[in-house]
Design a protein around this ligand. Structure first.
Ligand code: AMP
Ligand code: ZN
Length: 483
């Protein structure tokens, strides 16, 4: 089997994945800060790396793949939500309210990502459960001359690491010139970043050699990755917005602590909405839950996301959502034509080779979806292709056995109105043909046949009957031209 090729942001080229230990293929993804519902953009890395996880589990035995995605549950934004709750009258210590908020957000996150068909990672560490490892790493970095303590803080000395800036292609001087860095009297260099900082009495804090405090964000990932994956592992992922400073800082900390750290760095591009950056002020900011509550199914969100390659910016549009809904409906109908025979052969574990080949080429999801289209085309009269389509869809997280009307009902109602019954259209064409055979004038038959085909219906004609079916190009509005 050919190796999986992945684009490595660190070397800026595609590389064959050669796991350090094929018995233990390891991947880390920076997870969410748990202060609020995940927005649609947050779902992009989850889905991109879910496809990679599925691909790795297929390529290497499932038990040989370890996937870690963390929860950042120490953060000022979480503290602020708890403070607001207390101001609004909530009872209990601030620390308890903070913990409640994190727990609640983690539960929402699970519900939402489960609905998108994302597999749960092997480990989902919470930063607060690895504080001892973070403190140990700070001590180690100080001992090795890469960090220093000052006024209750521990800072990483960027000048002590000659490769600082390599991942993002920046020099320390450029960074200082361009960045809005926090200038603080205790910093030796303005680019030095926080590994540990003091906490006031009411906020979460842990005892440390530098007083009561809490970790900086970057050290969390370095410590959790080392604890759960080892000093060196295969793949590290995240959104491109994390490349600098977060990932640059993770690399600096881990490499200076003597770890090999990640071999391949992968970054997904950002998601936009209708061509614009998602933002609350533009009114185009919405959460995964908002969409699910509107009746958009998780499968549709997933397919829309994966229809764009992860290294390209992706645009969420209503039009794409509608197209995907129609397309999945058409594919499901094709499988349902021989549902019993498909079910008898279906394993859910045998994706077609062409799909694996596409995904092995730097996770080419648009190509893999194009292969599904090809299968759907030939599946009309072909049981083998129907089975392959069902297996391919299963690999993509879409289960044809789910009840269609439940999964897609409300969103389809929105686009299609009441479910469309093709019976009257079949009768219409049958009657027109009967008449034309008597008058020998087939003009009207040709006109309406072309209209049905143009609306994306498949039309089969025999002397006894006319049969119609939906294709993935079905467009109900075009049927209005019949009148
Ligand atoms: P955060 O909770 O803000 O740290 O983000 C969690 C993950 O979502 C990170 O991997 C980010 O890179 C990613 N992310 C945030 N916004 C977007 C976006 N608009 N498009 C794609 N990924 C995003
Ligand atoms: Zn991280």
């Amino acid at each position: 089997m050919d190796a999986i090729q992945l684009y490595n942001t660190a070397t800026r080229r595609k590389e064959a994945l050669e796991p350090l230990d094929p018995q233990n293929v390891r991947m880390y993804l920076c997870g969410p800060t748990v202060y609020d519902r995940a927005h649609l953009g947050n779902a992009r890395p989850v889905l991109v790396f879910d496809v990679l996880y599925r691909l790795l589990r297929h390529r290497y035995p499932q038990a040989n793949v370890t996937y870690v995605r963390n929860f950042t549950d120490v953060d000022d934004r979480i503290n602020e939500t708890a403070l607001k709750r207390r101001e609004a009258g909530a009872e209990g210590a601030l620390e308890t309210l903070i913990r409640e908020r994190s727990n609640e957000t983690i539960q929402w996150y699970h519900e939402d990502m489960d609905a998108l068909g994302a597999l749960r990672p092997t480990h989902e560490p919470r930063a607060t459960e690895y504080i001892a490892q973070m403190i140990a790493m700070c001590e180690d970095l100080i001992a090795k001359g890469h960090a220093y303590a000052a006024e209750g803080h521990v800072l990483f000395a960027v000048e002590s690491y000659s490769e600082y800036g390599k991942l993002s292609g920046r020099s320390v001087d450029d960074m200082i010139a361009g960045a809005r860095v926090e200038v603080a009297p205790y910093k030796r260099n303005p680019m030095d970043f926080v590994l540990w900082k003091p906490s006031d009495d009411e906020l979460p804090g842990w005892d440390s050699p530098w007083g009561r405090g809490r970790p900086g964000w970057h050290i969390e990932c370095s410590a959790m990755a080392a604890e759960l994956l080892g000093d060196s592992f295969d793949i590290h992922g995240g959104g491109i917005d994390l490349q600098f400073p977060h990932h640059e800082n993770e690399i600096a900390q881990s490499r200076c602590a003597g770890h090999g750290f990640a071999q391949i760095w992968m970054h997904n591009e950002m998601l936009q909405v209708e061509g614009k950056k998602m933002s609350k002020s533009l009114g185009n900011f919405f959460t995964v839950r908002d969409l699910l509550d509107q009746g958009v199914s998780g499968e549709v969100i997933r397919f829309v996301m994966l229809s764009t390659h992860y290294r390209k910016p992706m645009d969420w549009t209503e039009k794409k959502r509608e197209e995907v809904e129609k397309c999945l409906l058409a594919w499901k109908k094709i499988i349902d034509e021989e549902r019993d025979a498909v079910s008898a052969a279906f394993t859910g574990k045998a994706p077609p080779d062409e799909i694996i080949r596409a995904l092995s080429e730097d996770l080419n999801t648009p190509q893999a979806i194009a292969e599904l289209h090809k299968l759907a085309k030939s599946a009309k009269q072909d049981l083998e292709a129907k089975i392959a389509l069902a297996e391919g869809l299963a690999f993509f997280g879409f289960d044809y056995r789910n009840d269609w009307s439940v999964a897609f009902g409300s969103s389809l109602d929105r686009i299609l109105g009441a479910p469309i019954d093709l019976g009257p259209y079949e009768d219409m064409l049958f009657e027109a043909r009967k008449k034309a055979k008597e008058t020998k004038d087939f003009g009207e038959v040709d006109r309406i046949t072309q209209l049905f085909l143009g609306a994306g219906l498949a039309v089969r004609v025999s002397p006894e009957r006319v049969e119609m079916d939906f294709t993935e190009h079905f467009d109900p509005e075009k049927l209005d031209l019949l009148n």
